[in-house]
Structure formats: structure tokens, C-alpha cells
Design a protein around this ligand. Structure first.
Ligand code: GGG
Length: 355
């Protein structure tokens, strides 16, 4: 669903690089956006803070100022990557999980496309994972108690009709706009019949909602248990077009799908709500390579393209996508995750030359 462009004079873009390689790839996306010139309204960038490093410096992972600036002063945003610790740290909570909730960015849309089968990408992969972005186990209601079995840890998994319906509608919209018009609902209702059962039934019922009025009649609905979906993803990824999944399954499936096209460093996403859009590379903060200047900027540039496309700036978005695809196809200027020897700035320069 594309948001209104509303004849903007300028495009105010919040930049939240956050941690690790986010600080290297978000500036690359910024440079690519600037290079679009008059194909988009004049961009204005606001540098905003969030992340583990922000927490260690200021005692807060997602400052109020960042949320306020996104709500009041930005038309859209780009988020990099965050390095949350694997152990509980008092006072810390993942800023990206919180941001998605604060801004009600209820859909995480993650396209995975192969453009260069000759370079080891699986041929004909062209799928979109539509991940519910606000609930499931990510409501983060965990408790630790001591009982008869020693320590007992419990987590609440929340699935609501409202969230399942709106992610379902988003997924149907996306499926209806694509040539194959095929939607696969991912669940595990044979075991989790209450929670995944509600997700599955609610998404399935979307075409029959009174307000939908038959617009999804051309969409074929499939469903697949999450475990066999992963199996099929590796055996025959071409069978998938749009996959809609609860939060955790969607997170895992999209990382798995990235392996089909060579690197997580290529996979973009947008966090979409009805009023705001935030691009975000699917990869994390990659502490093993952070600071070396070799992070792949292509997922961030593609995330900028997705964000612009969502806002209705199709020409600018197309130019970014065409340039990125060309760099991948040529295979001359690639970072080490794609078996290349180029740096982040060399890959960015290759994209800029093609813009
Ligand atoms: N850009 C995606 C990203 O940062 N992934 C890592 C992630 O989501 N981590 C969760 C967290 O650290 O809070």
C-alpha cells in the first residue's frame, strides 16, 4: 500500500544507524538517496539515537527525543541494526522492538529476490515475507520462577484477531499486486491450535470481510506448517510468492530465505504502519566485522528504495533497485559476504556511478 506523496517540497528522513555496521550502511543509504536529485523531494536528514551504545552512554536505549522527532519532524526513517545483549540487563529493552510498537509499524515486509543465478543465487526466487511486527513472543512478557523443577521460565505468546487481520490485509494487498497472486499462510496450528489457529483463521477470513468487497478474489490462498515451509524454502523456493507469518516465524523465515540469494547483506525491509514507514536492512549489527569498512550496504540501499516506493516515489525507488541489481549482476564490486574483496564505500561508489 503506497502512502500519499502529498506534493511534498522536502522529504524529512530520520536516520537511526544504532549499533555496529548500522553506522556504516545507513550513511551509504543516505548518499544513495541524495544522488537521486530531483526524482524525489529535497531530502532533509535528522540524525537520531537508539541502541545498545546509546544505552551504555545515556542509560536509555530508545530516547524520548528519538520517538518525538520521528512522530513530529519526520516523513519516514531508516533504521540500521541493534546489538541487544543475550542476557537480561536491568533497564534495557530492545529499541527496535519498542519502536515498531511505539509507531504502530505493524507489518515488516521483507522481499527476497534473486537477480544473479550465475553468481550462486538460487534461480527464480522472488518472494516476500510479510511478518507481523507487534506481538507473538515479541511482547516480551517473560517470567522466571523457581518451582519443583528448579528454575522455570515462561513467555507469553500473544496473537490477537486485530493484529492478525491487519497483517492479513497487508499480505493480501501485496499478493494482489503481484503477478502470481499467491499467498501462503505460515503457522503451526497442528500443535499451537489456539494461538496459531487464531492467526490462520483470521488471515483466511480476510477476503470475506464486508469492507473488502471482493478485491482479493484473484488471490490464491495456500497454507503451510512453518517447519515444512522451511524445508520447501530450501528445496523449491520458487513455489512461494507472498508468505504471511506471526512475528517469530517471519523473523526466522526471512533470514533463512536470505541464504537462497547469497547473503543477509542483500535483504531489505520496511516496517510499515498506516501512517509511517521505516526502512531497515534485515541483517543485524555484525560485531565481528563492525568498524572494518567491509559491511554490505546493498540491503540498506534497497531498504531506502522500499521506503521511497511505499511513499509513492516510484522513479527514485526504481533507480536505486536497478543500480543495486546491476552491481550484483556485474559481480565486480562486492563485499566479502558475497565472496568479493570490495569495501562498503567501493560498493556504494559502484551504485552511485550507475544512478
Ligand atoms: N536490522 C535488523 C537488526 O538489527 N536485527 C537484530 C535485531 O533485531 N536484534 C534485536 C535486538 O537486538 O534488539
Amino acid at each position: 500500500r503506497s502512502m500519499s506523496t502529498a506534493a511534498r517540497q522536502k522529504l524529512r528522513i530520520g536516520l537511526i544507524p544504532a549499533d555496529g555496521i548500522g553506522k556504516e550502511v545507513i550513511p551509504a543509504a543516505k548518499a544513495a538517496i541524495i544522488a537521486l536529485g530531483s526524482d524525489i523531494p529535497k531530502p532533509e536528514f535528522l540524525d537520531l539515537m537508539a541502541g545498545w551504545e546509546t544505552f551504555t552512554r545515556y542509560g536509555v536505549a530508545l530516547p524520548e527525543e528519538t520517538i518525538h522527532a520521528l512522530r513530529s519532524d519526520c516523513d519516514c526513517a531508516l533504521f540500521g541494526s541493534v546489538s541487544s545483549p543475550s542476557k537480561k540487563v536491568v533497564g534495557y529493552s530492545s529499541p527496535i522492538v519498542a519502536l515498531r510498537k511505539e509507531l504502530d509499524l505493524y507489518a515488516n515486509i521483507r522481499p527476497v529476490v534473486s537477480v544473479a543465478p550465475q553468481a550462486g543465487q538460487q534461480p527464480d526466487v522472488d518472494l516476500v515475507v510479510v511478518r507481523e511486527n507487534t506481538e507473538c513472543l515479541y511482547v516480551k512478557q517473560e517470567i522466571l520462577e523457581t518451582g519443583a523443577n528448579g528454575k522455570e521460565a515462561r513467555a507469553t505468546r500473544l496473537i490477537t484477531e486485530r493484529a492478525s487481520r491487519r497483517i492479513g490485509q497487508m499480505a493480501f494487498d501485496i499478493a494482489a499486486s503481484r503477478p502470481r497472486k499467491l499467498l501462503t499462510i505460515i503457522h503451526k496450528s497442528n500443535v499451537l491450535s489456539v494461538t496459531d489457529g487464531l492467526f490462520r483463521e483470521t488471515v483466511r477470513a480476510v477476503p470475506s470481510l464486508p469492507e473488502v468487497g471482493g478485491i482479493y478474489d484473484g488471490v490464491t490462498i495456500n497454507e503451510q506448517l512453518v517447519d515444512s515451509a522451511v524445508y520447501r524454502l530450501f528445496r523449491e523456493p520458487q513455489v512461494f510468492d507472498v508468505m504471511v507469518a506471526p512475528n517469530l516465524y517471519g523473523d526466522i523465515l526471512s533470514d533463512a530465505a536470505a541464504a537462497l540469494v547469497g547473503s543477509l547483506g542483500l535483504i531489505p525491509s520496511v516496517n510499515a504502519g498506516d501512517d509511517f514507514i521505516m526502512g531497515e536492512p534485515v541483517h543485524g549489527s555484525a560485531p565481528d566485522i563492525a568498524g572494518q569498512g567491509i559491511a554490505n550496504p546493498l540491503a540498506s540501499i534497497r531498504s531506502a528504495a522500499l521506503m521511497l516506493r511505499h511513499l509513492g516515489y516510484t522513479k527514485g525507488a526504481d533507480r536505486l533497485d536497478v543500480a543495486v541489481d546491476q552491481v550484483i549482476r556485474e559481480g565486480q564490486t562486492l563485499t566479502p559476504d558475497l565472496k568479493g574483496t570490495s569495501t562498503t564505500s567501493e560498493v556504494l561508489d559502484a551504485v552511485l556511478r550507475l544512478l
